[in-house]
Design a protein around this ligand. Structure first.
Ligand SMILES: [Zn+2]
Ligand SMILES: [Zn+2]
Length: 157
C-alpha cells in the first residue's frame, strides 16, 4: 500500500498533515487517505464536529467509511465524544487528557472543548461512574464580541 502524502497544498496544510501522520504513527494505524483527511479536518476544527459536518466536508468518502474511521479513532482515544444539550453526537480531538468541560454557545450553536478539568465528584458507595460530563452554556467570546460591536455601532449612530 502506497503512503499518502495528505494532498499537501500549502505550509499550513503540510503542518496538519505531519500532525495527522504523527497521530496515526503513535497509534500504529495504517496511513490511509481517509484517516489522514479526517484527522486533518479535526485538527483544523476549533469546535466539536458532528458526523454530518464531516460528511459535508469530505464528500469523497461514504458514510460507512467515515463511521468506521470515527469509531476507530474513538476506540483508540484519538477522538472523544462531546455531549451537549443537542441530541446530535459530536466528536473532538482528545488533546486534553483529563475529562474536561465543554462550552455550548446559544448563539452560534457551537460546542468547544475547554481547558478546564471536570472536578472530581465523590458519590455514595454503590455508585459506579462510567462517564462524567460538564457542559456550560452561554455566549462564546466570538459572539459576545460581535454583540458588543453591534451595540457600539448603535451607540455611535
Ligand atoms: Zn457563539
Ligand atoms: Zn472535549
Amino acid at each position: 500500500m502506497q503512503r499518502y502524502n495528505g494532498g499537501i497544498k500549502s505550509p499550513k496544510c503540510l503542518l496538519l498533515c505531519m500532525q495527522a501522520l504523527q497521530i496515526l504513527r503513535a497509534h500504529a494505524l495504517r496511513q490511509t487517505k481517509c484517516r489522514v483527511e479526517v484527522l486533518q479536518y479535526f485538527l483544523r476544527a476549533s469546535q466539536a464536529q458532528t458526523h454530518a459536518d464531516l460528511e459535508a466536508s469530505l464528500p469523497a468518502y461514504d458514510r460507512v467509511t467515515l463511521y468506521r474511521t470515527l469509531n476507530t479513532f474513538e476506540q483508540l482515544g484519538i477522538l472523544h465524544r462531546v455531549m451537549d444539550e443537542t441530541a446530535v453526537l459530536k466528536y473532538a480531538l482528545s488533546q486534553r487528557k483529563a475529562p474536561h468541560a465543554h462550552f455550548r454557545c446559544e448563539r452560534c450553536q457551537t460546542t468547544t472543548c475547554m481547558d478546564v478539568a471536570v472536578p472530581a465528584i465523590a458519590l455514595k458507595p454503590g455508585y459506579e461512574v462510567h462517564q462524567q460530563a460538564l457542559l456550560l452554556t452561554g455566549i462564546c467570546p466570538h459572539c459576545s464580541q460581535a454583540g458588543a460591536a453591534r451595540a457600539q455601532l448603535r451607540a455611535e449612530v
